[in-house]
Design a protein around this ligand. Structure first.
Ligand code: GDP
Length: 500
């Protein structure tokens, strides 16, 4: 707006008129196309700096994808805590070390691959299966949040002696979101234990709408024991069969597209990242970029600590040579040395601009907020002014809450749960309750009444977070109502007078 010599509001109005309503919200960096369009709207003659807009993008999709070579499936094991995920992965991992191979010490790098035995595979099926073993599935969630589905198949582990538990249900709802895009296998685990009832577990899964093959659905279930290794060959075979149906293919040559699964600073090698390759092939000496970090690939190792000369799709390898530590979940791409350097400069500048934009926005919003608070107090009149100024003497003390939730049903539930917590000395009071992400007007309202915001299953944009912090409005945020109640109770208690 400053460049064009117009007021911010004028620019935003023009943007909305031009169909850029989303971009007209704060915190957006315009693409050069949009910027050009806008500048023209204001009668300017824009010149695009292509150099400054340069970045590296994934290679375009191959039009003849059906003729590409096959690639191994990427499998994630998920399930409730203590249902045996780690044990299962450990047993599978030890199978990944070829017998008699020298120096076969397996290391945890975030993924490993298991061979599919020749006897159980068809000629078209994959030769290996890549298992992600990222702790807490952090990378899985990070990548999913960015819309990058690296997982082809999810193994849902359910302990036969424990059945369906809260995290089992969470995984089921995650799977449902990706229905049709990812394969699913249920592994009923701990079948070595006495007195277990497998059919009972299967029925419970059906009740959760997991359509098992045994009941005519299309999701296979395999009985396994991570402890004894029972059923693991069947599990691998089942995964291989699903992958064959998925017909997974990718180029084994050209620039890579991959994702960082884990990263850490290694004493001798400096920053090291495990990269899962999805397309292309990676060799030492290649130039790669990941977020705001880049590398000339030095050493590549597999999960057995064996040096790798070339990495293909489906392989996860540790890569050293990074200038700084890349983030887990970030995309890795390849270019020439010059391209990578140019892209890094531009990405860093873009990040700086974004940070400045947030700062500017926060300053503007704070000013507006102050003005609106004054107006609101005037509108509310003398009585409210008194209430607001006499906060300290008021009995009972009130913890005023502005509730935001994902859907109206949950907003009501949260209100119901929080309303009236306290006693005659201090209570909660719900000032308002609504649906959607925490917004500037929520901060304004909370500040005007000296209250806090309760955010249930909704996001708080970074700019709003900063705005709230600057205005000393606290945001209580959780996806679990029970947890919100706990925090609110603590806050109410802290309002109580101290008795000496
Ligand atoms: P995670 O939290 O899902 O990773 O579960 P763990 O792999 O840490 O296992 C939790 C507990 O269950 C440990 O005490 C394991 O020894 C035990 N466990 C795991 N798999 C089996 C199994 O197949 N049979 C039996 N009997 N116990 C198991």
């Amino acid at each position: 707006a400053r460049l064009l010599g117009v007021r911010l509001e004028t620019l935003q109005r023009q943007m909305r008129l031009a169909g850029m309503s989303e971009e007209a919200e704060y915190d957006h960096v315009l693409t050069s196309d949009y910027a050009v369009l806008l500048a023209e709207e204001f009668g300017r003659n824009p010149i695009v700096n292509d150099e400054a807009a340069f970045d590296i993008y994934p290679p375009p999709p191959n039009p003849n994808s059906s003729s590409l070579p096959g690639r191994p499936p990427v499998v994630t094991i998920m399930g409730h805590v203590d249902h045996g995920k780690t044990t299962l992965l450990d047993t599978l991992r030890s199978a990944s070390v070829a017998k008699g191979e020298a120096g076969g010490i397996t290391q945890h790098i975030g993924a490993f691959s298991v061979p599919v035995p020749a006897a159980s595979k068809s000629s078209e099926g994959p030769r290996t299966i890549t298992f992600l073993d990222t702790p807490g599935h952090a990378a899985f969630s990070a990548m999913r949040a960015r819309g990058a589905g690296v997982t082809d198949i999810v193994v849902l582990v359910v302990a036969a002696d424990d059945g369906i538990m809260p995290q089992t249900k969470e995984v089921i709802s995650l799977i449902k979101k990706d229905e049709g895009k990812i394969g699913v296998v249920v592994a009923i685990n701990k079948v070595d234990k006495p007195g277990i009832d497998i059919e009972n577990v299967q029925k419970a899964l059906m009740a959760e709408n997991v359509q098992l093959e045994v009941f005519g659905g299309d999701i296979p279930s395999v009985e396994v024991s991570g402890l004894t290794g029972h059923g693991l060959p069947t599990l691998v075979e089942t995964l291989s069969a699903i992958a064959e149906m998925q017909d997974l293919r990718a180029e084994r040559d050209g620039s890579i597209q991959g994702y960082v699964l884990e990263s850490k600073v290694h004493k001798g090698l400096g920053p090291v990242a495990t990269v899962l390759i999805l397309r292309g092939c990676l060799k030492p000496g290649s130039h790669i970029i990941c977020g705001q970090s880049h590398a000339k690939v030095r050493v590549m190792n597999d999960s057995n600590g064996v040096a790798v000369k070339v990495a293909y799709p489906g392989m996860a390898i540790t890569v050293s040579g990074w200038k700084s530590l890349p983030n887990a979940g970030d995309e890795v791409l390849q270019g020439t040395e010059a391209e990578v350097k140019k892209a890094i400069t531009n990405r860093q500048r873009k990040a700086e601009i974004e940070a400045t934009l947030v700062d500017v926005e926060v300053i503007n919003s704070t000013r507006r907020l102050e003005r609106e608070r004054r107006e609101l107090q005037q509108e509310l009149g003398e009585e409210a002014k008194e209430v607001l100024s006499q906060e300290t003497e008021q009995v009972p003390k009130e913890l005023r809450l502005v509730i935001k939730a994902d859907v109206s049903g949950s907003a009501e539930a949260v209100q119901g749960a929080l309303q009236g917590i306290g006693n005659k000395e201090a209570v909660t009071k719900v000032i308002s309750s609504g649906v959607g992400d925490v917004s500037e007007s929520d901060v304004m309202m909370a500040k005007a009444v000296g209250g806090s915001i309760v955010a249930f299953s909704v996001n708080t944009p970074r700019a709003i977070e900063t705005l709230a912090a600057q205005n000393e409005v606290s945001i209580i945020s959780s996806n679990i109502i029970y947890r919100l109640m706990e925090i609110v109770k603590e806050r109410v208690i802290s309002l109580l007078p101290v008795i000496i």
